[in-house]
Design a protein around this ligand. Structure first.
Ligand code: GLU
Length: 277
C-alpha cells in the first residue's frame, strides 16, 4: 500500500517550505488512497523543544492534514537505533573516528541540508585506537564505504533508486564515510530516518531537493539492514522574497505568524503555487 511521510524536526516553528512539503506528501497519499505518516525526528535533544513539537501538531491540523496515530517520536525509540547500529557493527562496516567534537557535530543529528565534500577518514591503527579509548576521547561511528562495498558484493553494483521518475545509480562516494552515531548518541539523521522508513513501511519518500543527495547513502544503509528502498520524490525548494531558502531562524514567515496575521490557507497555497479550491 502506498505510504508516505512528513518528518519534521522540532527545532523551530514550521514555515512555508514545510507547508509545501507536508501538503505535497499528504495530497500524494490521498490521490493514491494510501497512508500519510507524521514522524517527529527529535533524536537531537539538545536542539529539539517540546513547544515546537506541540506547534507542529497545531500547524499541520490548521493546514487540514490528518495523520496516523500514534505518532512515532524518534526520541522514544533510541534503543531501536542502538540495535541497528549494533547490527552494522557486527557486520564489520563501522569504524571509530576520533576527530574533535566540533567536527563530529557538524552534519550529525541535523538533516544534512547542503552537503560538503566527501568525508573519508582513514581508520586508525588498532594500537592508536586503544590509546585514544584509554584516554576516554570522544568518537563517532562512521560507515566505511569500502567495507560496505565488500560486504554487499555484487549487490553494490546494482544499488540505485528511483527519484522523480528517473532511475539513478547510487554514488555513495559523493557523501563519503558518513557519521552514523557518536559515543553517547546512538543515532544520526541518516540511521534513524532510514530505519523508521523501513519500520513504518514507507513506500514513497517525498521531501525537499536539499535532501536528494542523502538518498545515495540511504540505499546503502537499506541494503545492509535488509530494508526495501522506497521511491523518492524530491520537490523544489520554496524561496523567500529575497530568493533564499526559508530558514527556521527566520521567525517572521512561520505558519503560526501567518495564521495570527490573518493569512488564509488559500493565500498560502497560491503563494506556494499549489491549486486553490
Ligand atoms: N527531519 C528532516 C528535516 O526536518 C527531514 C528528513 C527527511 O524527510 O528525510 O529536515
Amino acid at each position: 500500500m502506498f505510504a508516505t511521510r512528513f518528518a519534521p524536526s522540532p527545532t523551530g516553528y514550521l514555515h512555508m517550505g514545510h507547508a509545501f512539503s507536508a501538503w505535497t506528501a499528504f495530497e500524494a497519499a490521498q490521490a493514491a488512497h494510501g497512508r500519510f505518516v507524521l514522524r517527529i525526528e527529535d533524536t537531537d535533544q539538545t536542539r529539539c523543544r517540546p513547544e515546537y513539537e506541540a506547534a507542529i501538531y497545531e500547524d499541520l491540523a490548521w493546514l487540514g492534514l490528518e495523520w496516523e496515530k500514534p505518532v512515532r517520536r524518534q526520541s522514544a525509540h533510541m534503543d531501536d537505533y542502538g540495535a541497528a547500529l549494533a547490527r552494522l557493527h557486527e557486520m564489520g562496516v563501522l569504524y571509530r573516528c576520533f576527530r574533535t567534537r566540533k567536527d563530529l557535530l557538524d552534519g550529525l543529528a541535523a538533516a544534512p541540508h547542503g552537503f560538503s565534500a566527501p568525508d573519508i577518514v582513514a581508520p586508525i591503527s588498532a594500537a592508536e585506537e586503544e590509546d585514544l579509548l584509554a584516554q576516554n576521547k570522544p568518537y563517532a561511528w562512521r560507515l566505511s564505504l569500502s567495507r560496505a562495498r565488500a560486504r554487499l558484493g555484487a549487490e553494490w553494483e546494482h544499488l540505485g533508486f528511483e527519484a522523480n521518475g528517473i532511475w539513478i545509480k547510487a554514488e555513495p562516494e559523493r557523501l563519503g564515510d558518513i557519521v552514523l552515531a557518536r559515543k553517547e548518541f546512538p543515532a544520526s539523521y541518516h540511521l534513524a530516518s532510514v530505519l523508521d522508513d523501513g519500520l513504518q513501511a514507507i513506500t514513497h519518500v517525498i521531501r525537499g531537493e536539499d535532501l536528494a543527495e542523502a538518498a545515495h547513502i540511504h540505499v546503502v544503509l537499506q541494503a545492509l539492514l535488509g530494508l526495501p528502498t522506497p521511491v523518492y520524490h524530491h520537490h523544489r525548494l520554496i524561496l523567500d522574497a529575497q530568493g533564499k531558502r526559508f530558514a527556521k531562524r527566520n521567525q517572521s514567515v512561520t505558519l503560526r505568524s501567518l495564521r495570527e496575521s490573518g493569512t488564509s490557507l488559500d493565500q498560502i497555497r497560491a503563494r506556494l503555487g499549489l491549486s486553490v479550491a
